[in-house]
Design a protein around this ligand. Structure first.
Ligand SMILES: Nc1ncnc2c1ncn2[C@@H]1O[C@H](COP(=O)(O)OP(=O)(O)O)[C@@H](O)[C@H]1O
Ligand SMILES: [Mg+2]
Length: 366
């Protein structure tokens, strides 16, 4: 019902000092917001479990679970991780602000603050959260459309493709003897074309699946996984001699299935684009920057022009010709989605003729 408090955004004020809670309630105004109170972090979590909260305004220093602890707990749960959190503290200065924001707060205000400033910040964060919710629902809609699209791709495109493939094979089997060399060659080319298109459809379906499947995170032994991928590549091309160096003890928290696809693509690329290099080398390792672990996969293969690096991660973008290196151009688009679903980043460095390195991170690594 319009006009009732149910339609007001709900703000949860967390402060162990009662007079502060009263003051904040006064500033925010109960005619604009529905306001609920908690004495400390634990009580706040209980309240959050039981009802809808649109924004949390929390003191940092509290007995029991303090503001940072509360923030960490909120970010852990899917249901509460998008709620905007504004931390308040008596500690002024750049350092404590940075600490608050680093901990994942949406905003940080130092006491004493002006009523107008606090109100403006609360309004801004509620508005931002509303816009984010709108985006999320648009994205969900787009994903549903994509799902419908890939379904039609698999069923509508595959059937005629099978017909082309099947009949060209029949033609070859039943009339092969009557065909001259040129005609057989054309038929073989047709067959290769259908194979390529079938691979494209598979890759495209894989790509759309990656966006949809829920993530199941666990600790993954990347060293072992990478070894397995390389062994398989070697088995398929036993004649190739590649010096592969995989650091020991590489590990990450992630979805085992998706991380395997990631390594298959990145190591597969390194393997493929070194195929014309007589002394091929591939390395998989890690380095640290600040408290972030950066993984890298480096090769000394064909490389590419860095001016084109921005295009690499878009579907169907290839920097090499099919006649030089075969491919569908979907691998890196898939890799990027996997990385972004894990909250990480990926970037490259390359030189034409000298090789390429792909760097990537996963969120929450140390
Ligand atoms: N290790 C690499 N060395 C050189 N070029 C690469 C490497 N990895 C990817 N690329 C370039 O990026 C493009 C996109 O990669 P990808 O999406 O995996 O497609 P594909 O391997 O099917 O061509 C490739 O076509 C190639 O031009
Ligand atoms: Mg590839």
């Amino acid at each position: 019902m319009p006009g009732t408090k149910d339609h007001f955004p709900t703000i949860l004020i967390v402060d162990d000092d009662k007079s502060n809670r009263v003051l904040l309630t006064e500033i925010l105004g109960e005619d604009r917001y529905r306001i609920v109170h908690a004495n400390d972090g634990e009580e706040a979590i209980e309240l959050l479990e039981n009802g809808e909260v649109d924004l949390v305004l929390s003191d940092v220093m509290m007995p029991g679970l303090n503001g940072f602890g509360l923030l960490r707990e909120l970010r852990k749960s899917a249901r509460t991780k998008t709620i905007p959190v504004i931390l308040m503290s008596a500690q002024a200065g750049e350092e404590s602000t940075v600490e608050g924001l680093d901990a994942g707060a949406d905003d940080y205000v130092a006491k004493p603050f002006s009523a107008r400033e606090l109100l403006a910040r609360v309004r801004t964060h509620l508005e931002l959260a509303r816009v984010r919710r709108e985006w999320a629902s648009e994205l969900e809609q787009a994903n549903k459309e994509l799902e419908a699209f890939s379904y039609s791709v698999s069923h509508d495109l595959r059937a005629p493709l099978r017909a082309v493939d099947g009949f060209s094979k029949l033609l070859l089997d039943e009339y092969g003897e009557k065909l001259d060399e040129k005609a057989s060659h054309y038929l073989n080319r047709m067959h290769a074309g259908t194979q390529k298109m079938s691979a494209l459809i598979d890759d495209l379906l894989n790509l759309s699946r990656i966006t949809r499947a829920p993530l199941r995170k666990e600790l993954i032994n990347l060293t072992k996984l990478a070894r397995g991928v390389i062994d398989e590549l070697q088995e398929k091309e036993p004649w190739r001699k590649v010096a592969v160096e995989i650091a020991s003890g590489l590990a990450a928290h992630g979805d085992a299935h998706l991380i395997a696809i990631l390594l298959v693509n990145l190591l597969g690329n390194a393997w493929k684009y070194t195929s014309k290099q007589p002394e091929a080398q591939i390395a998989f390792g890690q380095q640290y920057e600040g408290n972030e672990t950066i993984f890298f996969i480096r090769d000394n293969g064909a490389g590419f022009d860095m001016a084109c690096a921005g295009r690499l991660f878009a579907p169907f973008q290839r920097l090499h010709r099919d006649s030089d290196f075969e491919g569908t151009g979907i691998g890196l688009a898939t890799v990027q989605r996997i990385i972004s679903r894990h909250g990480g980043r990926i970037w490259t460095e390359a030189t034409v003729g000298k090789g390429a390195t792909f760097f990537f991170t996963f969120r929450g690594e140390r």
